[in-house]
Ligand binder design. Structure first.
Ligand code: ATP
Length: 925
C-alpha cells in the first residue's frame, strides 16, 4: 500500500477513523469508492489503482526483525562464557587470545543469524507457492485473479470455502456465514447481513463487512473492497504482532531444552574442574581458560542450527516434489506416519471425467469420444444383457425417441455450474469435472442447454454439498415464454432415488419406478469402476414456493443414470505399493459409491472386499458398536459414501489405536478432520481455502504419489538429523574430556582453549552441517515407520558416543605424549593433536553418512556438499599448521611429514574400530 485510498483504508493521515463503511448504505460506499456494485471496476481503472495503491499484500516487517534476530544469537549461555573468557584473558594480558575468542563469538553469531534468516526465507518462499485466488467482477465479467491483484473498489464474489481476500463491504449475500476466528478468536461462524450499522459498532459485530483472512463456511456473497494489504484489519494485527513466525517444532524445542540442560551440566563440571585445578596448586588464570575450553568443547552448540537447517532443506525438497509444508512440525510427523487416508477422486484418479454410459428406464446408451472435447455421439448400447438395447443406426437420434434420455441430458447440463472453453492447450474446464462431463454428454446428444436456460433461467438452487450428495435447480419460464416451471436434480443414485416417485417412460410420461432395477443397473455400472450419478426432474404447473423450502421427496421423476470414467493416476499404484513396503497403511475414503470405490481401489493395488468387511459404507460405520469401531476401521481399506463428520470419527478411531494418521481433504467440512489428523493434507488444485488453512501440507498437484514422496522426505529429514547428532555428540564429548583429564591429572593441556574453539567452530559448519544434504538411504522406504516417542539418544547411540569419545581422547593423548617424546616442541605436539582430532572427525563423518551401512558401501560422490566441506576443512588445517599468522593466533607450529603419517595412521585405526562396532550394532539408531 502506498497511500490511503479516498474512502478506503482503515485510518486517514490525520488519525481520524476511516469513513466507517459499515455505517454507510451500499450506494454511498459505491460512490465513495468510485465503483459499480454489479459490473465492478473497469480494466483501465484497475491498472491505475494498482499503480497508485500497490499490491494486496501484508507488509514484511524485516528491518525490525534483523536486530531482534541478531540479539537472539547473543542470548545463549555459551556466548556468556566466551565473553567472560575474553574479559579474563584481557586481565591476564593474553590479548591475542581475547581477540580470537571475540572473533569466535562474532562468527558464531553471524552463522546462527544467517542460518535463521535463510531458513525463514525458504519458508516464506514456500508460502507464495500456495497462492490464493479471488473471483472478481471486472468490466461486467467474472474473473479469477490472484488475491494480490485486488485493488480498492474491486467487486469480489465469494462462496463457501473461500478465504476473504481483503476487507469488503457486502453488497449482496445469501445465507452467508463466516469463520472470523483468525480475527476475533470467536470459533463459531457468524451470520452476515446487509443492514447499515451504527458507526461505533466494534469490528466483531460488523455483520455487513467481511475481513481479510476470514473464511466463508456457508452461502454466497459479493462485496466491494474497502481496504487492502496492510490497511486491512488483519494488516493491523500483523503490524502489532511484528509478524513473528518462530521456526520451532516439538523436536527443535526438545533439542533446545536438551542443549540448555547439557550446557548447564557442563558449566557445573567446568566449575568443579576449575576448583580441582586450584586444589592441585595451578594458577587461577590458566585454570580459568582451561575450564572455559572444557565448556566450549563439550557444549554441542551446532545442534539447534543443524536442526533448523535440516528441516529447512527437507521442506525445500518436499516443495520440489509438490508438497508444500504449511506447518513445520509436520516434517517430523511425516517420518512416523503409519496410515494415510486419502480421497479417491483426483488423488487416486485423474479427476478427468467422461460420461461413457447412460441408462434410462427404457434403454441403455454408449457415449463415444473421450476428454472434454465435443467430438462423440450417443448410440444405443450393444452390450450384453442390456435392458432396451437397440441396434445402432436407427433413423432418428436416440434422444428423440427416448424422452428420458433427452431429459437426463438436459437436466445434467442445466443443473450444472461448470463451463468448458477451448484454449490453446485444449478444452479447459471451469468448475467441477463431474459436471463438466455431463455438459459434454449433453453436447454430444445435441442438447442446446443455452437455449433452454435463456427461456427458463435458474430461479433457485440447492448447491451440491457432500452431506446432501445431490444438487437441485429450479427453472422458471422467462416472459414471453409461458408454461410451468421445472426442477432438475442430479446426484448420488440412492439420494436421488429417495426423492423419486416415478420413472420416466419413452414418451416423457411418469411410469412406475422399480428402485431395485435402478440400483441393480447402477451397481453393474459401478462394478466396472464408473462413477454413477442419477438424474431426475419434475414439472411444476404453478408458482408454489421456493426450492429451498420445497419438499422434493417422492415428487421427482427419475430420468436416468449417467456413468462416467475417471482414469486411475498412472503413478498411484506404484506409490501405494511403496507405502505398503514402508509399513504405512493406505485407506481410501470417498463420497462415491462403494462398488466404484472398490474397483478403483483394486486398480491402484488396494485390496478391498465389501462382503469381507474391508470396504465399508458410511451407513455401515454408523451401525458398528463403539467398542468394535476402532477394530473395524483398522481392518478396512475402503470407506465409501462417507460424510465429513464420519471422517473425523475415522481419524479418532485410528489415533486411538496408536496410529499416526495422515488425512486428505478439500471441502469446508473436511477442516475438522484435517485439523484432527496428525498430518492434514489439503488439495492445492481443487481444495477450498478453508481446507488449506486447516491443513499442514498442501499438495500442488493433488496426486497420491506426492503424499508418498512427502513421507519419504520426512523420513530422510529424521535420518539426517540423527546422523548429525551421532556425529556431533562424540566429538563434543571428547573435546571436553581431553581437557578434563588434563586438568584432573594436572598435566600440560594437549589442546589449548583457542584450539578447541577452532576445531568446534570450523568442523560444525564445514563438516557436520553437510550431513543435512545427505541423499536418501536406499532402504528408507522398506523399513517400518519411526515410533513417535522413540528417543533420539538411543542406547546404541549412547554406546557409539562413548566409543568414539574414548578413541579420540586416547588417540590425542597418546599422540601428544609421543610427539613430545620424539623431540617435537609442545606447540608442534599440540598442532598434531588438533590435526588428529579433525582427521578422526572427518573419517567419522563418512561413517555417519549412513546409519547402518559401512562407509565404503556409501556412494562416495553422493553428497558433493560434504566433499566440499572436507576440502575446506583440510585447507583450514593446512593454514592453521603452516601459515605464521595462524600459528601466532592459535599457538600452533609447522609439523613434520612423519607426524602427518602418525596422524593418518591413528585416524584410520579409529575408523576401523568404528566400522567394526557398526558391523555388530546395525540396528538401533
Ligand atoms: P472423493 O471424496 O474421493 O473426492 P467424491 O468426489 O465422489 O469422492 P463427493 O464429492 O463427496 O465425493 O461426492 C459424493 C457423491 O455425490 C458422488 O459420488 C456423486 O454421486 C455425487 N456428486 C458429486 N459431485 C456432484 C455434483 N457436482 N452434483 C451432484 N452430485 C454430485
Amino acid at each position: 500500500m502506498k497511500s490511503p485510498v479516498p474512502g478506503s483504508g482503515r485510518r486517514r493521515q490525520d488519525g481520524a477513523q476511516d469513513p466507517a463503511h459499515h455505517g454507510l448504505p451500499v450506494h454511498e460506499v459505491v460512490i465513495l469508492l468510485g465503483t459499480d456494485a454489479v459490473r465492478g471496476l473497469g480494466h483501465d481503472e484497475v491498472q491505475r489503482r494498482r499503480a497508485q495503491f500497490g499490491r494486496n499484500e501484508l507488509p514484511r516487517s524485516r528491518s525490525g526483525g534483523i536486530a531482534h534476530k541478531l540479539g537472539r544469537q547473543f542470548n545463549n549461555p555459551l556466548v556468556y562464557v566466551l565473553l567472560a573468557a575474553a574479559v579474563v584473558t584481557v586481565f591476564l594480558g593474553e590479548f591475542l587470545d581475547s581477540g580470537v575468542i571475540l572473533a569466535v563469538v562474532l562468527v558464531n553469531t553471524l552463522i546462527g543469524f544467517v542460518q535463521e534468516v535463510r531458513a525463514e526465507a525458504a519458508l516464506d518462499a514456500l508460502h507464495s507457492l500456495v497462492r490464493t485466488h479471488a473471483a472478481v467482477m471486472r468490466g461486467g465479467e467474472r474473473k479469477q485473479v490472484p488475491s494480490e491483484d485486488l485493488v480498492p473498489g474491486d467487486l469480489v464474489v465469494l462462496e463457501a470455502g473461500d478465504k476473504v481476500p481483503a476487507d469488503l463491504r457486502l453488497v449482496r449475500l445469501s445465507t452467508l456465514r463466516v469463520d472470523e476466528s483468525a480475527l476475533t478468536g470467536e470459533s463459531d461462524p457468524v451470520a452476515k447481513d446487509e443492514v447499515v450499522l451504527p458507526r461505533v459498532t466494534p469490528v466483531a459485530d460488523r455483520r455487513n463487512m467481511l475481513y481479510s483472512g476470514t473464511l466463508v463456511t456457508a452461502g454466497t456473497g459479493a462485496g466491494i473492497v474497502v481496504a487492502i494489504g496492510g490497511e486491512t484489519e488483519l494488516g493491523e494485527i500483523h503490524r502489532l504482532m511484528g509478524a513473528v513466525r518462530p521456526v520451532a517444532t516439538p523436536l527443535t524445542l526438545k533439542l533446545a531444552r536438551f542443549s540448555t540442560t547439557l550446557t548447564l551440566a557442563i558449566l557445573a563440571l567446568a566449575a568443579v574442574a576449575f576448583l580441582a585445578g586450584l586444589a592441585h596448586g595451578e594458577r587461577p588464570g590458566q585454570m580459568f581458560t582451561a575450564a572455559v575450553a572444557l565448556a566450549v568443547g563439550a557444549i554441542p552448540e551446532g545442534l539447534p542450527a543443524a536442526v533448523t537447517v535440516t528441516l529447512a532443506i527437507g521442506v525445500r525438497r518436499m516443495a520440489r516434489r509438490r508438497a508444500v509444508v504449511r506447518r513445520l512440525p509436520v516434517v517430523e510427523t511425516l517420518g512416523s506416519t503409519t496410515v494415510i487416508c486419502s480421497d479417491k477422486t483426483g488423488t487416486f484418479t485423474e479427476n478427468q471425467m467422461t460420461v461413457r454410459t447412460i441408462w434410462t428406464p427404457s434403454g441403455r446408451y454408449d457415449v463415444t469420444g473421450t476428454g472434454y472435447g465435443p467430438e462423440g455421439h450417443i448410440i444405443p448400447s450393444t452390450g450384453d444383457g442390456v435392458p432396451g438395447g437397440q441396434a445402432p443406426g436407427a433413423a432418428a437420434p436416440p434422444q428423440e425417441r427416448d424422452a428420458a434420455l433427452y431429459w437426463s441430458l438436459l437436466g445434467g447440463a442445466a443443473c450444472n455450474d461448470a463451463s468448458i472453453r477451448p484454449e490453446a492447450s485444449g478444452w479447459q474446464v471451469r468448475g467441477d469435472p463431474t459436471e463438466a462431463a455431463m455438459l459434454v454428454a449433453a453436447g454430444k446428444g445435441g442438447i442446446r442447454v443455452r437455449d433452454f436456460l435463456a427461456a427458463n433461467p435458474r430461479q433457485a438452487e440447492q448447491p451440491f454439498i457432500s452431506e446432501r450428495q445431490y444438487m437441485a435447480t429450479l427453472h422458471a419460464p422467462a416472459p414471453p415464454h409461458g408454461g410451468g416451471r421445472t426442477v432438475f436434480v442430479k446426484g448420488a443414485v440412492e439420494r436421488v432415488l429417495d426423492l423419486c416417485g416415478h420413472a420416466m417412460d419413452t414418451d416423457g410420461g411418469a411410469g412406475p419406478l422399480s428402485r431395485h432395477s435402478v440400483l441393480t443397473s447402477a451397481h453393474a455400472l459401478a462394478d466396472t469402476g464408473l462413477r454413477v450419478l442419477a438424474t431426475a426432474m419434475m414439472r411444476l404447473p404453478t408458482d408454489d414456493g421456493h426450492l429451498s423450502a420445497m419438499e422434493l421427496r417422492g415428487r421427482m421423476t427419475l430420468t436416468g443414470l449417467q456413468a462416467m470414467h475417471d482414469p486411475p493416476r498412472s503413478a498411484a499404484a506404484a506409490a501405494v505399493a511403496a507405502c505398503q513396503r514402508a509399513g504405512v497403511g493406505v485407506k481410501m475414503i470417498t463420497g462415491d459409491h462403494v462398488r466404484t470405490a472398490v474397483t478403483v481401489a483394486s486398480a491402484v493395488g488396494l485390496a478391498a472386499d465389501h462382503d469381507a468387511g474391508t470396504a465399508l459404507t458410511g451407513a455401515q460405520l454408523d451401525d458398528i458398536p463403539a467398542d468394535r469401531f476402532p477394530d473395524a476401521v483398522e481392518r478396512a481399506t475402503v470407506f465409501a459414501r462417507v460424510s465429513p463428520e464420519q471422517k473425523l470419527r475415522l481419524i479418532d478411531a485410528l489415533q486411538s489405536r496408536g496410529h499416526v494418521a495422515a488425512m486428505t481433504g478439500d471441502g469446508v467440512n473436511d477442516a475438522p478432520a484435517l485439523r484432527q489428523a496428525n498430518v492434514g493434507i489439503a488439495m492445492g488444485r481443487t481444495g477450498t481455502e478453508v481446507a488449506k488453512e486447516a491443513s499442514d501440507i498442501v499438495l500442488t498437484d493433488d496426486d497420491f504419489a506426492t503424499i508418498e514422496a512427502a513421507v519419504e522426505e520426512g523420513r530422510n529429514v529424521f535420518d539426517n538429523l540423527t546422523k548429525f547428532i551421532v556425529w556431533t555428540l562424540p566429538t563434543n564429548m571428547a573435546e571436553g574430556l581431553v581437557i578434563l583429564v588434563a586438568i584432573l591429572l594436572g598435566a600440560t593441556l594437549p589442546i589449548l582453549p583457542t584450539q578447541i574453539l577452532w576445531i568446534n567452530m570450523t568442523t560444525a559448519v564445514a563438516l557436520g552441517l553437510m550431513l543435512a544434504f545427505e541423499p536418501k538411504e536406499p532402504g528408507l522406504m522398506s523399513r517400518p515407520p519411526r515410533a513417535p516417542d522413540r528417543p533420539l539418544l538411543t542406547w546404541a547411540l549412547t554406546l557409539r558416543t562413548l566409543l568414539v569419545s574414548a578413541l579420540l581422547v586416547a588417540g590425542t593423548w597418546w599422540l601428544f605424549e609421543h610427539e613430545v617424546a620424539v623431540g617435537a616442541s609442545v606447540a608442534q605436539a599440540r598442532t598434531s593433536a588438533v590435526n588428529l582430532f579433525v582427521a578422526v572427525e572427518v573419517f567419522y563423518l563418512f561413517s555417519c553418512r549412513s546409519l547402518t551401512r559401512p562407509a565404503w558401501r556409501i556412494r562416495p560422490f553422493g553428497n558433493r556438499w560434504l566433499l566440499l566441506g572436507v576440502l575446506v576443512q583440510t585447507a583450514g588445517q593446512l593454514a592453521l599448521t603452516y601459515i605464521p599468522l595462524m600459528n601466532e593466533l592459535f599457538h600452533t607450529a609447522a609439523i613434520s611429514a612423519e607426524a602427518w603419517l602418525r596422524i593418518f595412521g591413528l585416524a584410520l585405526l579409529a575408523a576401523i574400530v568404528v566400522a567394526v562396532d557398526k558391523r555388530f550394532r546395525r540396528r538401533g539408531f
